[in-house]
Design a protein around this ligand. Structure first.
Ligand SMILES: Nc1nc2c(c(=O)[nH]1)N[C@H]1C(S)=C(S)[C@@H](COP(=O)(O)OP(=O)(O)OC[C@H]3O[C@@H](n4cnc5c(=O)[nH]c(N)nc54)[C@H](O)[C@@H]3O)O[C@H]1N2
Ligand SMILES: Nc1nc2c(c(=O)[nH]1)N[C@H]1C(S)=C(S)[C@@H](COP(=O)(O)OP(=O)(O)OC[C@H]3O[C@@H](n4cnc5c(=O)[nH]c(N)nc54)[C@H](O)[C@@H]3O)O[C@H]1N2
Ligand SMILES: [Mo]
Length: 773
């Protein structure tokens, strides 16, 4: 095998923090940002870092922040403004041609804007006029279901609660959110199998774990604060195995911000014992192999299975029927290596499975989560110290938003509670999620789109089609902090409503307000911005929602919208009445230093499932699903030599972006300083007689007589990477037009962002490059 250059420096550490943030921040921003950084994730009076959803460590009195956090904070605290003057200088058509990087650096949105078609520009509009326009347009709809209300996971609990309440009082459950593209398989399958769709572990469990299996996750880039916990666990003798088609370099070494010797003297800790480099889409097959061996060798926890579970026999039967040849074909790992891994599982008294997008974003995403849960149940690893399920969420409050009721498929009990507390009828029919909502938008069934944060068109598959569909609506409304592409495809009316960010003070007639978030491990923590808002015109999200609700629902509404937006304690009192687990919310959030842990029944081995037991699930897809797809693609003969040129494309993130917000072009760990790259194994590159640096065009494989337009990306620059042989990787979101709205998991509807079949073609070096670096 050819040697691949490795990134030998530790992840994190001062050089990482400083060098990578320099470019993003001007001096003033650095000062503003510097102050806020030291205020983040602190026990009292700070704000929760919007950088990720990893929990804060209880003992941290010093700074608990990372490169990721600094960048996200710097992006928000930027003094540069996308104000009226900015919009006067640039037409919307011109801005459509800007890259994500350029849009991100245009600065903070700072006043409400309305799109004037005659000038093709956004022009200022007073808040009051914007609200009246919204009331007028929503009032003209034939049905409330003609409007779609999207939420991104930055939004804190209090405004999220108000938002879902407004949308439901208006009359629809059309409440898609970024979860639909993220951990939806986790929410769906854990709910079904354990009775609750959230992590069963707490941070302390990582201190007692003996084995951590980390599936499809890249914490060095995406949750750097998790590295500290992993390094600590490793120091205590816990084995850590990464299951990933890529050898993510950031995982091998770690420099701990909490250890002065690490930061100053450049010492570092090792973290991962082994990488199981599976083929893309091979997780369910690998887990099948492990489970099959554990059952056949009688290494499972019979007592737990008998007392606590249901569905064991059908799963056992199914596992018996799976052949080792299919298992190894499905995951690309030898039987011996799988058995070695199974032995580790058998010997471990405390196993944690953590997972990220490499597990969920597949057609088999629901199956993948089911198989992880099955493994934990077979071993009785739920409800004991040092063990359990640890899905790691992305957005800092994506989990809280769901708890607050942002959900297109609300439970009957949530709707009943809302009706009881607010004495207002709630819509019963389920609404659109991200995928069905986008399809409805494209089909012309929606007349109003509202985004409470986020960048819907660019985060979703079929970006161009969604952008075009946005131009056919009556009204689009965006509540956000930064300009992005979704705001640039105006319908008949278009509003940008700028809001306060997490770092900024919310001051109302009732004084300074704080909000709350829920981290990835069900801890509810307070968050309070400390900075002067970047503009006096900004409003809090809660106030924007309350103002809209008052204008739209008018005198009919008996709900005290404005009082709630002025005094978040009133919102919390309502949350306490309406949402399980929030009893005495105001008192509990004030009395404990780090907030409180939401009751998690499955942690106590109480199973709120249909059967009243923890549930084993048999996967729906064959474990050779991806291998079969690739074999089938070989039969299509409209591309020369397809047999040699078919891969699964996976999309990944760098540390110089937060989702669609592009801060820079560097990816230190993957050793590139451009984003228009295609990562491929050097052996594959030489097998084709190609070279690194060559330009390639990526085409989504489609049926031979398909009438669909071809989906093409590139030319991209070939770059070497230690990645599975069936895989190539590109950066999200630039590749999102390669993904379609039809290819998703059956129940959770998560788009298959981590696995789509593509064909590659090498082109001349001078072919123009689509994405400038
Ligand atoms: N710096 C930064 N931090 C972020 C974000 C960001 O954009 N930038 N985004 C935030 C959000 S919203 C989220 S959800 C999280 C996401 O955090 P992660 O879950 O770590 O996200 P990704 O980078 O999308 O992909 C994770 C890994 O999946 C692997 N993978 C791909 N296909 C497969 C497969 O078939 N099987 C397995 N086992 N692995 C596979 C990839 O190689 C990659 O290492 O990060 C959050 N934090
Ligand atoms: N190909 C591919 N596609 C993917 C993924 C992938 O791995 N591959 N990952 C998916 C995942 S995991 C996710 S979570 C989604 C992300 O999808 P989104 O959450 O929709 O996208 P973001 O880029 O996080 O949204 C950024 C915008 O949010 C706004 N914003 C930032 N802070 C605030 C705030 O405090 N309040 C408000 N109101 N607005 C704010 C800003 O205007 C900014 O432009 O993308 C998904 N799409
Ligand atoms: Mo996410």
């Amino acid at each position: 095998m050819r040697k691949i250059p490795i990134y030998s420096h530790p992840a994190a550490g001062w050089p990482a923090l400083i060098s990578s943030t320099q470019k993003l921040m001007d001096y003033k921003t650095f000062l503003r940002g510097g102050i806020s950084v030291f205020k983040s994730n602190q026990p009292q009076g700070g704000f929760d870092c919007p950088g990720c959803a990893w929990p804060d460590h209880k003992s941290h009195k010093a700074i608990d922040v990372c490169e990721n956090g600094i960048k996200v904070i710097a992006s928000e605290t930027m003094t540069h403004k996308a104000d009226a003057e900015f919009f006067a200088r640039h037409t919307v058509t011109e801005l459509q041609g800007w890259t994500g990087y350029e849009l991100e650096h245009s600065g903070r949105l700072s006043e409400p804007m309305y799109y004037d078609a005659a000038q093709d520009r956004y022009v200022p509009i007073p808040w009051e006029a914007a609200y009246s326009l919204i009331a007028e347009q929503l009032g003209q709809l034939d049905s409330p279901d003609e409007a779609l209300f999207y939420t991104s996971g930055r939004v804190t609990n209090e405004p999220a609660f108000l938002f879902q309440l407004f949308v439901r009082c208006f009359g629809t459950n059309n409440l898609p959110d970024c979860s639909n593209m993220c951990h939806e398989p986790t929410s769906v399958m854990l709910s079904r199998q354990l009775g609750i769709g959230k992590a069963t572990v707490m941070l302390e469990d990582f201190e007692q774990a003996k084995l951590i299996l980390m599936f499809g996750q890249n914490p060095a880039t995406n949750h750097p604060r998790m590295l500290e916990m992993l390094a600590h666990a490793h120091e205590q003798g816990c084995r850590i195995i990464s299951i990933n088609p890529m050898r993510e370099q950031g995982l091998s070494k770690f420099r701990n911000p909490q250890k002065p010797t690490h930061m100053a003297a450049g010492q570092s800790a090792d973290m991962v014992d082994d990488v199981i480099q599976i083929q893309i889409g091979g997780d369910a097959a690998l887990l099948t192999g492990i489970a099959k061996w554990l059952i056949e060798n009688d290494k499972i926890n019979h007592e737990f299975i008998t007392t606590h579970t249901s569905g064991f026999e059908p799963l056992k039967q199914w596992l018996t029927e799976q052949s080792w040849s299919d298992i190894t074909l499905g995951c690309g790992i030898s039987q011996t290596d799988i058995i070695n891994l199974a032995e580790l599982v058998a010997d471990s008294p405390a196993t944690i499975c953590t997972w990220g997008m490499g597990i969920t974003q597949h057609v088999q995403g629901d199956d993948n989560v089911a198989m992880i849960t099955n493994l934990l149940l077979l071993m009785g690893m739920i409800g004991i110290d040092g063990a359990g399920a640890s899905p790691v969420r992305g957005h800092s409050n994506v989990q809280g938003d769901r708890t607050m009721g942002i959900h297109e498929r609300p439970s009957k009990s949530l709707l009943d509670s809302l009706e009881r507390v607010f004495k207002h009828p709630m819509p019963q029919e389920h609404g659109y999620d991200v995928v069905t909502g986008a399809k409805a938008l494209i089909a012309g069934k929606l007349k109003v789109f509202m985004g409470m944060g986020g960048n819907y068109a660019v985060a979703a598959p079929d970006t161009s089609a969604i952008e075009q569909a946005l131009t056919t609506t009556q009204l689009n409304i965006f509540v956000g902090t930064k300009l992005n592409e979704t705001m640039l495809y105006p319908g008949a009316n278009n509003l940008i409503l700028p809001c306060l960010g997490r770092t900024e003070r919310i001051v109302t007639t009732k004084g300074e307000q704080f909000a709350t978030i829920e981290d990835s491990m069900c801890q509810i923590v307070p968050t309070q911005g400390k900075l002067k808002p970047v503009s006096d015109t900004l409003k809090s999200e809660a106030q924007i929602v309350a103002d809209i609700a008052t204008h739209v629902l008018g005198a009919d509404s008996s709900i005290p919208w404005l009082a709630m937006s002025e005094d978040f304690d009133i919102i919390r009192d309502y949350i306490a009445q309406a949402i399980n687990g929030f009893e005495d919310f105001n008192q509990r959030i004030r009395t404990s230093e780090r907030g409180f842990h939401l009751y998690h029944a499955a942690r106590h081995r109480v199973w709120n499932t249909e059967s009243g037991k923890a549930q084993f699930e048999v996967p729906q897809y064959p474990i050779t699903f991806v291998a079969a797809q690739m074999a089938a693609a070989n039969d299509i003969d409209d591309v020369e030599n397809t047999a040699q040129k078919i891969w699964q494309l996976t999309s990944v993130r760098s540390h110089d972006q937060f989702n669609t917000m592009i801060f820079g072009f560097k990816d230190r760990y993957r050793q590139t300083d451009r984003r228009d790259v295609l990562f491929m194994h050097p052996d594959e590159i030489s097998r084709l007689g190609w070279q690194k640096g060559d330009r390639v065009i990526v085409t989504r494989q489609r049926a031979k007589d398909s009438l669909e337009q071809p989906r093409i990306l590139g030319p991209l620059v070939l770059s070497e990477m230690d990645i599975a042989s069936n895989a190539v990787a590109a950066y999200y979101p630039e590749c999102n037009d390669l993904f379609d709205l039809e290819t998703h998991a059956p129940e959770s509807h998560i788009p298959a962002y981590k696995s789509t079949t593509v064909v590659l073609e090498r082109v001349e070096a001078n072919t123009s490059i689509a994405t400038p670096a």
